[in-house]
Design a protein around this ligand. Structure first.
Ligand SMILES: CSC[C@H]1O[C@H](OP(=O)(O)O)[C@H](O)[C@@H]1O
Length: 352
């Protein structure tokens, strides 16, 4: 079993085709930005951080092959290719923020007369490669802070039962994961009694990917159908819910996988703390609230079929939004690599 969603060395990028998991482990070569756009849009690679990292690495691969001596031309091409990559999926903000940072870097390298075209290329590609390392460091810090936050609400050394949704692990990031990173940290601290993961229809990130990661690491876990969340909270004493994020607005409203909003409502009803785990690269401080988040709608076939097998009546209309927005009022805390913030304090307290 491989949990490495991204395989990269300079000049070579492969991604684990997550459409084939858990039954097949197959890596797909990414040889430029067109390949990068395709594997993101088809969800062969998915997860807000992984989308940003793979998209930018696909640009690094393409740039390395180019023999360009004109920095201004390079800068222009970089901007165009990054804007193209951002268009692959609209809801997660990570790739947009990464593109903005990289365009700013390209502008400053292009304007600096002491920087040669080769220096430009080297420093630009290095900046993208650093995203891989930083993402894992951020996730380890998220795991630590999230573990501390959940345990701080308990007395003694009791063990916790956690519910999570979708996939936020090594298959959604460069490694370790965000919400699943919190779960890994609780497990490492020997304080995790059990984790429940939802199947997360229709792409089944939970049943196919999160379950895959949990089984691989022998973390005590149970898969539940999305519609079981209320019954689970009624029947089992769930300590906390921890989910990921695709775009957190400045007021703490959070866009995440479809179904997150209703889990937050059920958690509120049962007085179960509801945490969002997300790196700062998932926080869109330019967005005042979740009202205006663009929610991606995906093809009907992702609902009506599992693989080649049709499971819905031919001719039925479908509505397939890939995300929903959980209002800040339902969120206990936002766990980042810089600490845990209540939604009302996020804008003023998160380091800019
Ligand atoms: C670590 S962020 C993962 C985030 O992305 C997932 O969406 P998708 O699988 O469509 O890329 C889901 O919303 C997760 O919470």
């Amino acid at each position: 079993m491989s949990l490495e969603s991204i395989r990269y060395e300079r000049g070579r990028l492969e991604i684990l085709d997550q459409l084939l998991l858990p039954l097949q482990t197959r890596y797909v070569k990414v040889q430029g930005v067109e390949d990068g756009w395709k594997v993101i849009n088809k969800m062969q690679v998915r997860g807000a951080p992984a989308i940003a990292i793979v998209g930018c690495l696909s640009l690094a691969i393409e740039l390395l092959k180019e023999d360009c001596s004109d920095k201004k031309v390079m800068r222009q091409e970089i901007e165009g290719k990054l804007n193209y990559l951002v268009s692959a999926r609209p809801t997660a903000v990570n790739i947009k923020l990464a593109a903005d940072d990289l365009i700013n870097l390209a502008n400053s390298l292009s304007a600096d007369e002491n920087v040669t075209a080769n220096d430009f290329k080297e420093r630009f590609i290095k900046s993208i490669e650093n995203m891989l390392i930083k993402d894992i460091e951020d996730n380890k810090a998220i795991g630590k802070f999230g573990c501390e936050a959940i345990l701080s609400r308990l007395e003694g050394d009791s063990h916790v039962r956690v519910l999570t949704h979708c996939n936020t692990g090594s298959l959604a990031t460069a490694g370790y994961g965000t919400a699943l990173g919190v779960i890994r940290s609780l497990h490492a601290a020997k304080r995790l009694e059990h984790v429940y993961c939802t199947e997360t229809r229709p792409y089944n990130q939970g049943a196919r990917l999160t379950a895959y990661e949990l089984v691989h690491e022998k973390i005590p876990s149970t898969l539940i159908v999305d519609s079981m969340v209320s019954a689970l909270m009624h029947a089992r004493n769930i300590t906390a819910v921890v989910v990921g994020a695709d775009r957190v607005a400045a007021n703490g409203d959070t866009a995440n996988k479809i179904g997150t909003y209703q889990i937050a409502i059920v958690a509120k009803h049962h007085n179960v703390p509801f945490y969002v785990a997300a790196p700062l690269t998932s926080i869109d401080m330019a967005l005042k609230s979740g009202e205006r988040v663009k929610i991606e709608e995906r093809p009907d076939r992702e609902m009506t079929h599992i693989g080649e097998h049709r499971i819905a009546a031919p001719g039925i209309n479908c509505w397939n939004p890939s995300f929903d927005v959980t209002p800040a009022s339902l969120i206990t805390g936002i766990i980042t690599e810089k600490g845990v913030f209540t939604p009302d304090k996020l804008y003023e307290e998160v380091p800019k």
